[in-house]
Design a protein around this ligand. Structure first.
Ligand SMILES: C[S@@+](CC[C@H](N)C(=O)[O-])C[C@H]1O[C@@H](n2cnc3c(N)ncnc32)[C@H](O)[C@@H]1O
Length: 195
């Protein structure tokens, strides 16, 4: 099975997880309070790579940003488009590979990804490509984790990858239960790089 087929199968129930669908206002508010201050002043051009069902795409678009989402699983993209239409926001989501996005270098003020880098065959190459998408002064916002299931990336490893290309990699540990719909016992974090 191709990786995109695996994610296509996940799509229908993906939003059942509290942090995926964010149907609980407490969870949604926690993500808004975390993520929006990390972004440049709106309206900024924001890429949401591996956008899944588009929950973060909509959250960021509702804050007035110009969001371009991308995911290689067509069913994820279809759900993201439905969510964007239902929210009445303007955001564009396409089917594509996050390792080689179809956008010009320097075309975004921020690149946001949540729980995608760990899933890629070559995280270092993908990260270099994402950084190239940033305009001067652009921000990289990487939300990642190493889950109790054993999958994921340790924060130290991702910091090391980011610092091969950037001067800054600021880590915030995401241990607030409000972000996840309950207490967690594993490693979850956001790495923000402004330069
Ligand atoms: C754990 S989900 C996270 C979805 C979304 N970022 C969120 O936080 O709600 C991982 C997503 O990355 C997508 N993905 C994985 N590898 C990808 C790739 N190479 N190119 C594009 N999307 C990819 C999957 O289809 C899936 O939607």
């Amino acid at each position: 099975m191709r990786a995109s087929e695996y994610w296509d199968i996940q799509a229908a129930e993906f939003d059942d997880q509290p942090d995926h669908g964010m149907s609980d206002p407490t969870v949604r508010e926690a993500w808004a309070a975390l993520l929006l201050p990390l972004l440049p002043t709106a309206p900024a051009r924001v890429a949401d790579l591996g956008c899944g069902t588009g929950t973060l795409t909509v959250l960021v678009a509702q804050a007035g940003h110009l969001v371009s989402g991308l995911d290689f699983a067509p069913r994820m993209v279809a759900l993201a488009r439905e969510k964007i239409a239902a929210a009445g926001v303007a955001a564009d989501v396409v089917v594509g590979d996050a390792s080689s996005p179809p956008w010009q270098p320097g075309s975004f003020d921020a690149v946001v990804t949540r729980h995608v880098l760990w899933a890629l065959a070559d995280p270092e190459a993908a990260l270099a490509t994402w950084i190239d998408l940033l305009a001067p002064g652009g921000r990289l916002v990487l939300i990642e984790g190493r889950w109790s299931s054993g999958v994921g990336l340790a924060v130290a490893d991702v910091v090391e990858l980011v610092l091969r290309h950037r001067c800054e990699a600021e880590v915030t540990v995401l241990d607030d239960p409000a972000l996840w719909g309950g207490p967690i016992g594993d490693e979850r974090y956001v790495i923000t790089s402004r330069r």
